[in-house]
Design a binder for this molecule. Structure first.
Ligand SMILES: *Cc1c(COP(=O)(O)O)cnc(C)c1O
Length: 415
């Protein structure tokens, strides 16, 4: 491991950071070091301006005309194409809308319908839970279908992939450990067995370069309120590779997925292309905030983003291990750069209390049950100095034992 940098070396890193100008595009409170952009990305001036225009001009003044004049109706596909650049998808394959959970439901049904005669869904026991809950729901509506889990039915996901498997639902970056999977290699393994791959990009879209088309992915879903900074509850997205479009059937066949929504026909006829993944009227105010956020993303070089993300996480790991290792924290994220997302997790027996003490001191990360301190690194608005200062606060909290004060043990509904 290289020698630890000192404060002047940290300042030199910030001065040479090609992404440093992006920070002023965001609205961040004074005195806060925000290491939770992997849960809720920061607000940007652009997103707030879009919200203001959408509410005061388009809704208030232009009213119903805005569906056409302000492009409201086409926003889901237009924004989808802009996310496409960040996740390696050519135009016409991503639509924004609904939630990740709902899009997983649609994608799982679509994949199962593309693989008649196969009835197994494979997923990970360590997955973000909603993926598993939705898979259970899908199984409950399709007699004969079953769910097999990495970590329960076999140690490695590869061991579960055989000719009975219709679809593998897999996280690109694990929400808790931050482990990054090799998308191209696993997708090939899935295809060799004749199955389809659904990639969950919640912790990789906007966190690192993703290459959906090049990897041959079949479907993907992801959030826009995490690294993409779309705002609380911003609509999710779904990707389907063009080669599948004509044969996609998804069960939430609402009017926005109809070929002619305003013909008001009695029967359903699916729209061409990715539009058939839409269901009903979308949250336009949320879409407009997302549009503002994506205006910033249009300017971002994803390779530079990845370089800074790895440098920030390398630095955080090295500083915490050197300064806090003696206080019972142990690294849960891999040191191997190729397998790391843009977050770092440490286990601690009193992770909840330690995180509450950090938040009180202005260092905002989050806690994931049962014992994980989780820190997200968002290169557009996190500096090397932030990392340095955050570790100093963590060291102080652990060394002083202040986290033992009873107020830090009180649990809120959202952790
Ligand atoms: C955050 C997250 C979700 C969230 O799903 P919603 O339906 O938007 O609440 C789903 N999957 C993963 C992997 C996540 O990290």
């Amino acid at each position: 491991m290289p020698a630890l940098p000192d404060l002047s070396a940290i300042e030199a890193l910030d001065a040479a950071d090609p992404l440093r100008a992006f920070r002023e595009r965001f609205v961040l409170p004074e005195g806060v070091i925000y290491l939770d952009g992997n849960s809720l990305g920061a607000a940007s001036h652009a997103a707030l301006a879009e919200l203001d225009t959408a509410a005061r001009q388009e809704w208030s003044q232009d009213l119903i005309r805005s569906w056409n004049t302000a492009g409201w109706f086409d926003m889901p596909v237009k924004l989808g194409d802009r996310i496409g650049r960040l996740v390696g998808a050519a135009e016409g394959q991503i639509v924004v809308g609904d939630t990740t959970s709902v899009n997983i439901y649609k994608a799982l049904h679509a994949a199962l319908a593309l693989r008649p005669g196969r009835n197994v869904i494979v997923a990970e026991s360590g997955s973000f839970p909603t993926d598993l809950y939705v898979a259970e729901g899908v199984v409950s509506t399709r007699p004969g279908t079953s769910l097999k889990l990495e970590g329960v039915d076999a140690p490695a996901i590869e061991d579960l992939i055989d000719e009975t498997v219709a679809v593998v639902l897999v996280n690109h970056v694990n929400f808790k450990s931050g482990t990054l999977r090799d998308m191209a290699v696993l997708t090939k393994r899935i295809h060799d067995a004749g199955a389809l791959a659904i990639w969950d990009l919640c912790h990789s879209a906007g966190a690192l370069p993703v290459e959906l088309d090049a990897a041959g992915a079949d479907f993907a879903v992801g959030c826009t309120y995490k690294y993409l900074n779309g705002g609380p509850g911003a609509p999710a997205f779904v990707y389907a590779a063009r080669r599948h479009h004509d044969n996609i059937v998804q069960p939430l066949s609402g009017w926005w997925g109809h070929a002619r929504p305003f013909a008001m026909e009695t029967g359903f006829a699916a729209a061409e292309g990715i539009r058939r993944f839409q269901c009903g009227t979308q949250p336009i105010l949320s879409m407009r905030a997302l549009k503002g956020a994506l205006d910033i993303w249009d300017e971002v070089d994803m390779q530079a983003l990845r370089e800074k993300s790895l440098a920030l996480t390398d630095l955080f790991i090295a500083l915490v291990e050197a300064r806090c290792g003696q206080y019972g924290v142990s690294l849960e994220t891999t040191c191997a750069r190729a397998s790391r997302g843009s977050q770092v997790s440490f286990a601690h027996d009193h992770a909840y209390e330690v995180m509450q003490a950090l938040i009180e001191r202005g260092v905002i990360g989050d806690f994931r049950a049962p014992s994980t301190l989780r820190f997200g690194f968002t290169p557009l608005y996190t500096s090397y100095r932030d990392v340095w200062d955050a570790v100093a606060v963590l060291e102080d909290i652990l060394a002083s034992g202040v986290w033992k004060e009873p107020r830090f043990a009180v649990r809120a509904a959202v952790t």
